[in-house]
Design a binder for this molecule. Structure first.
Ligand code: MSP
Length: 534
């Protein structure tokens, strides 16, 4: 059995989760469920990045204790993952003692190796990005751009990590592929950034008089650890690194390296593609022990035009613009299936997309309620009505039946190759192709007409069998995306125990002769928009 270790970025709980956060977790959850379906032993790690200046600032602004804020907001993230059916195996909260101990052990080891040094520095500092800026970060107009937020001039002593010592190694690791980067077009972006970002060393501390909310440096109590240096370590601390066999943690040796660090494009450079591999390298990780980064794009918002129509240009979602889409509310209104489906159906993995409520509704209504929902209903209902729910041994075959089997073969093949390269919308389209094929099969070979002739009885039974068997296969392929709906379909087919194996063994004939199907009940009721509510 192969192992598959998947992680996501850990979210800042300095507010409520929005659809961007939700997308990343649903994406990772679907990949995790798919790998399980392929027979892998999966460990899915996600969590929250609770330290840092952002958290301290939000707490100060709201007049609450920072630990209280972190805990309160962390609960919102956990509640959302539950609502969205995001099932993880490990929860990384950076205020957890086991993580703090691991970070401190790593810092001490790097300190002993001479990878860390202290020096005084005067320069400009971006409060939003929590990092020092260099002259190269100025825009063409000589100013620090909006992306840096508030920029202040600081002079202070700090601890530095000898990042620049690893720059040559990193260039080779990125260009030769030891550091996995998906999609491939992001690799060039990383190579361009290495030149710039790895010339200087990385400041890994913050003086406590400025920031108290962090992990104390084990060798200099006046400082806490820079939030990124702390947060990145979650990928190994919660995977059992240097844990001396703590029972609640996995076995690091067998789990590492991560098969996929699922992150957004904004945190690829410098954090994940520069700091992180250099940190790992300094800790003694080899080229073969470098992780793979799966970099997704962003869900943006289409700005409303002055007439209130949502056809304007795309803009970032942000609290200050007041355009944040709340995934919990979406789930309440449209159901978890609709939200999970839309979030991965209408964005190409790696690219951006603009959130569009009308698309969410129309994709659900056309592909799920109409196409798949109708197929399920008709198949199970007709089997009940025309065969008493019983599928006897099939004695009839013809070109139309053969075409159904071959369409399913194509769907399964295309689905697997799409999923293997993280093309989730591609996988959903391949599922839909078979659904459409089956619906046309019903139109061209209508059991409700054919059953009127006794001579066609075997043909009708073969048609019903092909439909029910197809529905079962479709529910299996759909299960990583819509686990609950998939279970409902299998229950209606009374086929919960018909397939326990791995995708590799998925083959025609799951519903053996004599199988009794159940009762049809709509799995995807159409979303009807109440005009009043909009
Ligand atoms: N705490 C850091 C990550 C540390 S990982 C060691 C962070 N947190 S975040 O809350 O700002 O973002 C968490 C994840 O959500 C990131 O991968 C980020 O790219 C993703 N997204 C945030 N907004 C997003 C969209 N609008 N769309 C898609 N993903 C987005 O960064």
């Amino acid at each position: 059995m192969s192992k598959f270790f998947i992680t996501t970025a850990i979210d800042y709980p300095n507010g409520s989760p929005h659809i961007g956060h939700a997308y990343e977790k649903v994406l990772a959850d679907i990949i995790a469920r798919y790998r399980r379906l392929c027979g892998d032993e999966v460990f899915f790690l996600t969590g929250v990045d609770q330290h840092g200046q952002k958290m301290q600032q939000t707490a100060d602004n709201e007049g609450v204790n920072v630990a209280t804020l972190a805990n309160r907001n962390t609960r919102k993230f956990i509640a959302l993952w539950e609502k969205l059916g995001v099932h993880y195996n490990g929860w990384a909260a950076t205020t957890d003692d086991l993580h703090k101990n691991c970070v401190q052990k790593i810092l001490s080891a790097l300190h002993d190796q001479g990878q860390l040094y202290k020096k005084a520095y005067k320069g400009f500092y971006s409060v939003r990005q929590e990092q020092y800026l260099t002259e190269k970060d100025r825009g063409e107009d000589g100013q620090f751009g909006e992306e840096w937020g508030e920029v202040v001039e600081l002079e202070e002593e700090n601890w530095y990590f000898r990042l620049s010592e690893h720059a040559d190694w990193l260039k080779t690791a990125v260009s030769e592929g030891s550091l996995g980067i998906i999609p491939e077009f992001r690799r060039a972006e990383v190579l361009n950034a290495i030149e710039r970002a790895s010339e200087t060393d990385l400041c890994i501390s913050r003086p406590k008089d400025r920031l108290h909310w962090g992990i104390e440096l084990p060798f200099d109590a006046g400082f806490v650890t820079y939030v990124w240096f702390d947060a990145l370590i979650n990928y190994i601390s919660f995977a059992g690194y240097r844990s001396n066999g703590t029972a609640s943690l996995p076995d690091f040796e067998t789990l590492w390296p991560a098969n996929a660090h699922v992150i957004g494009k904004d945190i690829l450079v410098p954090a994940h593609a520069i700091y992180w591999p250099c940190m790992l390298r300094a800790m003694g990780f080899t080229d073969k022990q470098m992780p793979t980064l799966l970099v997704h794009g962003w869900w943006n918002i289409r700005r409303k035009s002055s007439e209130g129509e949502s056809g304007g240009p795309e803009e970032k979602m942000s609290k200050s613009l007041g355009n944040v889409v709340d995934p919990a509310q979406l789930c309440e209104r449209f159901g978890t299936d609709a939200v999970r489906y839309y979030l991965v159906r209408d964005i190409v993995t790696g690219k951006d997309s603009a959130f569009d409520l009308e698309r969410l509704i129309s994709l659900f209504n056309s592909e799920l309620a109409n196409d798949l929902g109708n197929l399920l209903n008709r198949s199970i209902n007709m089997t009940k009505r025309f065969a008493g729910g019983l599928l006897p041994p099939i004695t009839y075959d013809d070109d139309a039946c053969k075409a159904v089997r071959s369409s399913l073969d194509n769907t399964t093949r295309d689905y697997r190759s799409a999923m293997d390269c993280y093309d989730l919308p591609g996988a959903l389209k391949s599922i839909n192709a078979h659904v459409v094929h089956c619906n046309q099969f019903i139109e061209k070979n209508p059991p409700f007409e054919l059953r009127k002739e006794e001579a066609q009885r075997d043909r009708v039974l073969a048609i019903l069998y092909h439909l029910c068997e197809s529905c079962l296969h479709l529910s299996i392929l759909l299960s990583p995306f819509l686990p609950e709906a998939s279970d409902k379909i299998r229950r209606q087919l009374r086929a919960e125990s018909r397939f326990k194996g791995h995708l590799e063994n998925l083959a025609w004939g799951l519903l053996g002769p004599g199988h009794m199907t159940g009762k049809a009940k709509p799995v995807f009721p159409r979303i009807v928009v109440d005009e009043e509510k909009g």
